[in-house]
Design a protein around this ligand. Sequence first.
Ligand SMILES: Nc1ncnc2c1ncn2[C@@H]1O[C@H](COP(=O)(O)OP(=O)(O)OP(=O)(O)O)[C@@H](O)[C@H]1O
Length: 317
Amino acid sequence: MKSPEPCETASQRTVLQPSHEKPQNAGSTPDVTTTVNRGEAAPILDVADLVVDYRRGRSTFRALHGVSLSIGAGECVGLVGESGSGKSTLGKAILGLSLVSSGSIRIDGRDITRASGADRRRLAADVQVVFQDPYGSLDPAMTVGQAVAEPLRAAGTDRETARAAVAEMLDQVRLPADAAARYPGEFSGGQRQRIAIARALVRKPRLIICDEPVSALDLTTQAAVVDLFIDIQRETGVSYLFISHDLGVVRRVCHRVSVMYGGRIVESGANETITRSPAHPYTRRLLLASPVADPARQAERRRAWLRLRSPGESSTT
Ligand SMILES: Nc1ncnc2c1ncn2[C@@H]1O[C@H](COP(=O)(O)OP(=O)(O)OP(=O)(O)O)[C@@H](O)[C@H]1O
């Protein structure tokens, strides 16, 4: 098993005082400032005080309450949190798929919060995405070669150059060259995820938003694809925002971790710091939720997890 090489100082950590007593929709004032790596080289991603609201019938639901997050060039930051905490909303906002109510998103110093048209297309070269579902993310009617080449062809790259790039990308994700002529339906879930990664890499992005990219895979395949993410990061220097509900996976791939709860980042810091001495109760709960093999230790962890449960949660949870 591989682990990422550390590229940050462990002292950089921010904690939001426990706020899980508040209902998710309480208050609209941004209350988190998770500022990491500021003052160093310009970050590839800089999200500041981001607020995202969704329309729900006649009312609005605040999914992000002033989230701030920064990722340096070549750095991998994990975003963990339970279902509904707002992880995907943050990823979508960066990709321009969620409307931002306030705050800003900068890529390499450029404010892209409300980018559209040509600006958004330029951005597509710098920021790519790998989604969770390896079955739904590829067009079954396109060959693998066409699917991987598509982002290049859409940007005007000629057929021969695109073909050479596809061969290079397939090699990078450890798939055979003849995969280009075959269809996604002929591949397993793990292989399809490799194809999706090749497609995300083909325009040589600076940042990849990985939204639960291994959650749909079995454990063995998951480990192999996680290794691939680590290798690619080392080979290309790309940055990841690695979204997952699984702290174990995030710890393997990322240098730093931000923990989300109820639309807020409640704790951020170096991998080791968060794992060894989690400061926020929700982070402690998340760590205790990771299963361990020993039944006695597992039972002890469950008891500790229950003691830390949020108000209103049933003890039979
Ligand atoms: N299009 C939408 N309209 C209304 N509410 C939404 C919409 N998308 C997400 N939400 C709500 O916003 C909150 C955050 O959702 P989000 O998908 O970002 O969470 P998540 O942490 O990524 O969860 P998961 O791990 O299950 O994907 C949730 O309460 C969700 O129900």
